[in-house]
Write a protein that binds this ligand. Structure first.
Ligand code: ZN
Length: 304
């Protein structure tokens, strides 16, 4: 239900990451919102939370969220601003669970690309847009609706700001970049260490500083990097403890290149006698950024 948070609570849409929906057309395409929520032309009453996106007949319409196709109507050919055609719009309805549906309306005759009962994935093309039913020009009418066809507040994760497109706005689906995961702060708690900085959970691509606190007495903290195929090699970085038992260790991925690309990593406490032990490690890949920036899929050659 969390995914639908911002449907129930518009305020929850202040952070588009919380919006479950994606714009119902493909990325890279900019579309004019010819009518938004509470639009005077026809988005009133139970239609108030709908959007009309101008698009040429035949444009790919995509699923705004994962779901199951609940209804497909695509036999109607006519379209014009005439209320006699109110119930003669081609449409696809997708069931998202919890009696929440998305509706895609005014599609081309024969334009459905999915069948009732079919499972669809967010972003998947489901139909070709059109101009069927009560409509003033070719466009896609989109809304989230409930079991009584009442439109519901909604927002799109790939729309800037609050995720709610406004009338007159040109919207282009934004690429959504997920921030990489970071290690839980208690990852090394059994080793007597509490992390206090964000450490990538898997992929090291830039110099980083490991910060934390020793929760047991120790001489200093050691960061150990080993090839996953243990071959006796390792690279260690040490950090002294200050009066509050805090440490800071700088790690340069470039310094780990000699060990190979797939490593294990662990933080441990070094005892007074200079020994340290650990029973587990976390997998990391080390991808030092090539000098001069830029990326290449070709194997990099290391200068020696
Ligand atoms: Zn509309």
């Amino acid at each position: 239900m969390k995914a639908w948070l911002c449907l129930a609570l518009l305020a929850g849409c202040a952070h588009p990451e919380k919006c479950a929906l994606r714009l119902p057309f493909q990325s890279g395409e900019a579309r004019l919102v010819i009518q938004g929520n509470d639009g005077a032309f026809s988005h009133t009453g139970r239609y108030r939370y709908a959007w009309d996106f101008r698009m040429p007949v035949g444009t790919a319409v995509t699923a705004a969220a994962n779901g199951v196709v609940a209804e497909v109507i695509d036999q109607f050919a006519e379209g014009r601003p005439d209320h006699a055609l109110d119930e003669r719009a081609n449409l696809v309805v997708i069931d998202h669970g919890g009696a929440r549906f998305s509706v895609y309306q005014h599609l081309s005759p024969g334009g459905a690309l999915v069948a009732e009962g079919e499972t669809v994935t967010r972003g998947e093309p489901i139909a070709r847009s059109g101009n069927s039913g009560f409509t003033s020009e070719p466009h896609l009418h989109f809304a989230v609706i409930d079991h009584r066809n009442r439109s519901q507040p909604a927002c799109f994760a790939n729309v800037a700001g609050d995720g709610v497109p406004r009338q007159g706005q040109l919207v282009r689906p934004r690429a959504i970049v997920l921030p990489p995961s970071t290690l839980p702060r208690d990852t090394f708690s059994e080793n007597g260490i509490a992390l206090e900085s964000d450490v990538p959970a898997r992929r090291f691509t830039a110099p980083l500083t490991l910060r934390g606190r020793a929760t047991r007495s120790a001489r200093r903290v050691v960061a150990v990097f080993l090839p996953r195929a243990r071959d006796g090699r390792k690279q260690t970085f040490f950090g002294d403890l200050d009066a509050e038992a805090r440490f800071s260790i700088a790690v340069d991925p470039a310094a780990l290149a000699e060990l190979g690309p797939a490593l294990d990593f662990v933080l441990a406490l070094e005892a007074a006698d200079g020994t340290y032990r650990f029973d587990f490690s976390v997998p990391v890949v080390v991808r030092a950024l090539p000098a001069g920036g830029g990326s290449s899929s070709a194997p990099t050659t290391r200068s020696r």
